[in-house]
Design a binder for this molecule. Sequence first.
Ligand code: NAD
Length: 349
Amino acid sequence: MTHRVAVAAGDGIGPELTEATQRVLEAAGASIEWVEAPVGKAAMARCGEELPWESLEKMRRLGVVLKGPLIAERLSGGAQVRAPEGVRTHPSVNNGLRRELAVYCNLRPVRGFAPVSGRYAALDVVLVREVTEDIYSGIERSVNEECGEAVKRITAQASRRIARFAFEYAARFGRKRVTAIHKANVLHRTDGLFLRCVREVAAGYPAVECDDRMVDAACYLMVKDPAAFDVMVLPNQYGDILSDLAAGLAGSLGLAPGANFGDSVAMFEAAHGAAPDIAGKGLANPISLILSGALMLDHLGEREAAERVRLAVELVLGEARVLTADLGGTATTRQLTDAICEACERVAV
Ligand code: NAD
């Protein structure tokens, strides 16, 4: 069966990684018709907008999106969308895309690989991050020239929804425990509400253990004991920070895949950004987007091809002969991609 998937190659290293991912998914036996839906700098160059309505409509219609990272300019004033009913402004281009596609969950499974992850080879944690609210809600103002403030908004509805996603995921993929991450000892009315909602939802999943950790203690524990966590459910900002921490422990941001889920759209993207410092040099590690592609194949019901991609990545990293610079090697993006494509032929699923 051929699947139709919207693709936005993104900025910086995005186009190199997108091409690599498309090649690997094909080598793994997936049949995909790619429908271009540019956003970010490519869209700006083409039609003067970073989030063109036409691309958003394609993504909503197809329901499945592969996306490269986007550059969110610092201090840019946000990203605008010219919707038929009027212009909407979002805090950043990525935040705007997630809001326009109504995704609420960012799933980041981060695992270590022997030998490249060293003492973190046993790390195998799934971060389930809420992405619609918290301190990234975009409710921010200047009080005066010397003072600014931002609102941390947490609702029971969004907290219960992300908790249900985390417990459903744990139940479906045989995970044993969900840990809620918070700072409820200080932020009683926001993180406290989040924690109460997670506990309330947990009661409906007696087969999955539920516990909680303060965010600072969670960072410490993750570094000290790579096997400490199974599934973590986190408000937006803690999820943002801890997923990069987990990727760093695994050895590189280039190893961490990601997926965003809403009720009608699923968007797959690497955990890292557009890495402008290495863009166009053939130095980027494509594995995070390739593994995001494997998550996409799971979502499309192509379990065998997804497993083939994961085993091929594991094989190449295990051999440790063809590695990009972030993993201590000298291979280019293309050489690592070639090795993974070739490994797709060697693995038995
Ligand atoms: P970054 O993740 O782009 O880069 C951080 C560091 O990691 C850099 O040194 C980079 O070279 C390295 N790196 C990242 N991905 C790599 C890969 N695949 N292989 C090898 N090395 C890799 O973070 P940043 O520099 O803070 O952000 C750059 C831009 O990306 C910013 O405009 C930011 O807003 C944007 N960004 C986008 C997303 C997204 O689209 N989801 C996420 C994070 C950041």
